[in-house]
Write a protein that binds this ligand. Structure first.
Ligand SMILES: [Cu+2]
Length: 128
């Protein structure tokens, strides 16, 4: 009797925490004000970014909104001197406003396993 009651009490906070997590995640997707920048959502997981090809216009301000599913992957655009840690389970935003047209490679620079070397993509910046 005593044991089962205690077990129930332990279960309640866990259920509440799980419920709260869901609410916060749902809330994160709702934008109260119109964002200034175009938001591009990118999922990072072993061993790819989706999408891995991103097209921008020169001078266009964008926000890359990352979700790392299974690891704290990295995001680096060496030629733009931009990098970030994509914290696992969190939304990480990286602002970009490229002022040069061309193709710029990006890659994961946090070693994440045997397919790490293939975890890469390209940003294509077109003349506006
Ligand atoms: Cu990675």
């Amino acid at each position: 009797m005593q044991t089962s009651k205690r077990r129930f009490m332990v279960g309640v906070p866990l259920a509440l925490a799980a419920g709260l997590g869901t609410v916060l995640m749902a809330g994160a997707g709702v934008a109260a004000a119109k964002p200034k920048e175009r938001v591009i959502k990118i999922e990072a997981r072993k061993f790819r970014y989706a999408p891995n090809l991103i097209e921008l216009k020169k001078g266009e301000a964008v926000v890359l909104e990352f979700r790392a599913i299974d690891f704290t992957h990295g995001f680096s655009i060496p030629e733009m001197k931009v990098r970030a840690d994509l914290l696992q389970g969190q939304v990480v935003r990286v602002k970009l406003q490229p002022d040069t047209a061309g193709q710029f490679g990006f890659l994961c620079d946090n070693f994440c396993g045997s397919g790490h070397e293939e975890m890469a993509g390209s940003i294509i910046v077109k003349e506006a």
